[in-house]
Ligand binder design. Structure first.
Ligand SMILES: Nc1ncnc2c1ncn2[C@@H]1O[C@H](COP(=O)(O)OP(=O)(O)O)[C@@H](O)[C@H]1O
Ligand SMILES: [Mg+2]
Length: 137
């Protein structure tokens, strides 16, 4: 395949990422140059570990909303319905975080609530703020 060097660099970045150093990479180039193939090779090299790999695609109509693919993913994960009220959405977010990301839910809730635009003027429901919070690193 002749992309061992590129693959090694991607693997090194991945390594740092899962050790907790957030990393991002922009892979760009002309159509047909092998971007998708390289990512597939990376994905296959990670197959023995059970990562959750999320693949996001942007849409033309989201051109002015750079984070739309991310918020759409979160809304799907949280199973928001089109008629859910902001309060119902906050409850779903809170429930999801406390089930799947309990150690981080206090820290993660406010920025995600803001990202999704579901915040209320009123304070968070009681119970939420009294959860033990994650110590700062
Ligand atoms: N390193 C490679 N060696 C051989 N074939 C490759 C290599 N990279 C890509 N290809 C082939 O070239 C074509 C285009 O690659 P693709 O990854 O789809 O490009 P891109 O995503 O950049 O448009 C595919 O048929 C793919 O299998
Ligand atoms: Mg491609």
């Amino acid at each position: 395949m002749g992309r061992d060097g590129e693959l090694a660099r991607l693997s090194a970045l991945w390594d740092e990422t899962w050790r907790g150093k957030g990393r991002r990479l922009v892979l760009s180039g002309e159509a047909g140059i092998g971007k998708s193939r390289l990512l597939r090779a990376l994905r296959e090299s990670l197959a023995e570990v059970s990562w959750s790999i999320r693949e996001l695609h942007c849409r033309e109509e989201w051109r002015e909303m750079p984070l739309k693919a991310t918020t759409a993913l979160i809304e799907r994960l949280l199973a928001f319905g089109p008629d859910d009220t902001p309060q119902e959405r906050r409850d779903l977010l809170r429930a999801y975080l406390s089930v799947y990301h309990a150690p981080f839910c206090d820290r993660a809730y406010p920025p995600i609530e803001a990202l999704l635009g579901i915040g209320a003027d009123s304070p968070a429901p009681s119970g939420w703020s009294s959860r033990p919070s994650m110590p700062k690193p």
